[in-house]
Design a protein around this ligand. Sequence first.
Ligand SMILES: Nc1nc2c(c(=O)[nH]1)N[C@H]1C(S)=C(S)[C@@H](COP(=O)(O)O)O[C@H]1N2
Ligand SMILES: [Mo]
Length: 483
Amino acid sequence: MKALLHPTACCESNKKTPSPSLGSSLSPLPQISASEVSQHNSAESLYVIYKNVVYDATEFCSAHPGGSGKLLLAGGKHLEPFWAVFKQHEGQEYVVRDVLASLPVVGELQDSDKVFVHKVDNPYIHEPVRTGSLKYHSVTPCNAECMEEGLRTFITDSDDYYIRHHGPVPIVEDKNGYEIDVGGMVLNLNKIETMIKERKIVTSTMQCGGNRRGTFKSHQKTSGTQWGVGAISTAKWEGVELRSVLRMCYTDAEISRFSHVHVEGMDGTLISIPKDRAMDPTKDVLLATRMNDEDITPDHGFPARLIVPGVVGVRNIKWVKKIALASEEADSMWQTGHAYKVLPTWVKKVEEVDVAEFDGMMEMQPQSATTMAKATKGGDTLVKGFAYSGGGRKIVKVEVSFDGGKSWKDAELDEGTEQGSGKSWAWTMWSYKGEGRGKVLCRATDEDGRGQPKGVEKIWNLRGLGCNAWHEREVDEEEVEEE
Ligand SMILES: Nc1nc2c(c(=O)[nH]1)N[C@H]1C(S)=C(S)[C@@H](COP(=O)(O)O)O[C@H]1N2
Ligand SMILES: [Mo]
């Protein structure tokens, strides 16, 4: 950035600073990834990046002239965009540079994460501060998955809920003044909520279409975020039914004439769902404003989000700003385009097929994973996990195997089994206690008899979508207390 001058300028005018030029190093520094740096964003451990060099500002934080709170905003991030906004750094170049030069250097960003931030209008400067425990795959845009601990609870903490953004998080300051365009009628969120008295609460598991994409690697690479098993989470959503919103803004004749509902977020993400699903009271499609009994967090769609229970993550549009009935599906990369299409295994290049001929993902196949496997004092093994199926299909069976799938044992189904047939929007937790060591495999079956395939060979697809092969995890051998 302009105000922070060429490295040599500092050394000429301020002889007492013999430290290596800021942002460039003479001897190679340890390489560190941007996602690792992003996790050091608190007063306990605070890293900042300047010219791709990573500094440890933990000690300095309380001495920051602008207050520790302001410096924490830049925790785990590049300093340049912040200095562009907080102009007091300008004209103070030498002071600022000296301070920076006095901080311990952690390393430098690995080459693939290096950016050349000039005088910036960085669209990511206002990203929410993230305090949950998540595994980051990228930071700008944020793609982070839920950790094993988070996957063990029936309801995921909002802070630990997986994040999958296509761009920066849109800023909405006042939810009361927030407006949504429904079929050309611009409605204040407050108004929608006063006119539609009936509110609905739905506990729904959301899964990204790319969950477990990383598993395909063993067979053949796919492009996109290499998710582990954590691009899935569950929350209690509350809001008004989408069908009530549509009824408020469209006549019965219009509603029956059209066949799709287009929904667009403030960030331009556009999808559609079939009108029949939106209008079916048993499908529980919501325009939600509450997540786990609080306002939805900015990362998860504040102030209003579409919730389509039982349907792939991408249809659950965040920061909803526009809703409209239409005759055709939405024409966007996420709907008619290739982004969420499971192409046949033989397709090795998108150009080989006409993607328009394939349907976009909607309800996903059964999924399950082990989130804990421990030897117990008594010599048994305790295994726990989750199982989920798309379209509200109830999980009726979960099995585990310790011999590579030759023999299977039934797991016990726990929380989630109380959900009804066709209405099991959330996952089912399961557990197994008994003999078994080494590698544990798991697989689930839903009420329609749909199961999971052994490996990825037959389900591999170019975009790396819908991976639901038997899940494998090592049993931890250290002892735990018998329950
Ligand atoms: N407006 C908007 N909605 C969105 C997205 C987005 O980038 N923008 N990502 C979609 C995708 S691909 C998924 S998997 C889910 C992720 O929701 P989460 O970040 O709350 O976990 O939101 C969907 N809705
Ligand atoms: Mo997704």
